[in-house]
Design a protein around this ligand. Structure first.
Ligand code: NAD
Ligand code: APR
Ligand code: ZN
Length: 231
């Protein structure tokens, strides 16, 4: 496919590479995305009831059960060929996902902009927790993900912006590009002169910055680009 060849040429010639991923990255591992038509999580559950600090204050048990359910689903899932290709591409990996499939595929140090299902922390002081209450301040342990209306972890966002500003190539995979400030990252790369490759079966606002737009899935296209680039 012409555009796979074009993407492979960009990857072959790139110095600093950033890979930026969203929920679509894990779709072929059986983890539902958020906004995909009927299968999307937000089509079946309301984020206001489950993914906000107010929801946690109102009913911590309900919110915990939702995130325990998602963590159990992730533990049953396996990384797909797309995660493995991302690990082989290397460079800097920035993900909006809260699952650990990139780590399990061999990506060393993903920047988690929205936290992780595997990093619970204290609702009051933010420190990492292991049990139901914070060893430091006695506050309640909460899922370690960023909720609607919350600030993203400042250090992670700063690292991500710095990588986007200084890369030659950014590959964006499986994100609708709708939720800020994470959605800013591919635009930061483009305005700083990087080429952007998009992998997504559907159109997104990122179509306008993509030099190469690949309409297809992560588990098919990322290995194809890698084979063509290293073949
Ligand atoms: P939002 O519109 O509230 O923005 C997120 C936060 O970043 C807000 O505090 C906002 O002030 C700030 N912000 C917005 N635009 C910014 C920019 N350009 N630069 C710097 N800061 C900016 O986002 P949201 O849709 O309410 O969701 C908040 C975050 O939580 C999002 O990143 C979302 O992806 C995440 N989230 C995670 C889950 C989950 O289950 N993992 C669920 C829902 C939301
Ligand atoms: N391969 C590649 N892309 C895919 C695949 C696939 N197999 N399946 C679906 N997609 C695409 C969809 O076309 C869609 O554009 O993945 C995208 C998923 O978009 P969202 O569900 O909006 O997920 P994401 O962009 O990660 O959402 C951003 O919003 O609710 C918050 O914190 C949550 O991190 C999430 C953020
Ligand atoms: Zn605490």
């Amino acid at each position: 496919m012409e555009s796979v060849r074009a993407a492979a040429a960009l990857l072959r010639d790139a110095g600093a590479v950033v890979v930026f991923t969203g929920a679509g990255m894990s779709a072929e591992s059986g983890i539902p995305t958020f906004r995909d038509s009927l299968t999307g999580l937000w089509a079946r559950f309301s984020p206001e009831e489950l993914a906000t600090p107010e929801a946690f204050e109102k009913d911590p048990e309900l919110v915990w059960s939702w995130y325990e359910w998602r963590r159990a689903a992730v533990e049953k899932a396996a990384p797909n060929a797309g995660h493995e290709a991302v690990a082989e591409i290397g460079g800097t990996l920035i993900t909006q996902n809260v699952d650990d499939l990139h780590e399990r595929a061999g990506s060393a140090d993903p920047i988690h902009l929205h936290g992780s299902l595997f990093a619970p922390r204290c609702f009051d002081c933010g420190r990492a927790t292991t049990g139901a209450v914070c060893a430091e301040c006695g506050g309640r342990s909460r899922p370690g993900v960023v909720w609607f209306g919350e600030q993203l972890p400042a250090a992670a966002l700063a690292r991500a912006v710095e990588a986007a500003e200084s890369c030659d190539l950014l590959i964006t995979v499986g994100t609708s590009g709708l939720v800020y400030p994470a959605a800013e990252i591919p635009h930061v790369a483009a305005v700083n002169g990087a080429a952007v490759i998009q992998v997504n079966p559907r159109p997104t606002p990122l179509d306008e910055v993509a030099a190469v737009n690949l309409r297809g899935t992560a588990a098919t296209l990322l290995p194809a680009i890698l084979r063509e680039a290293t073949g």
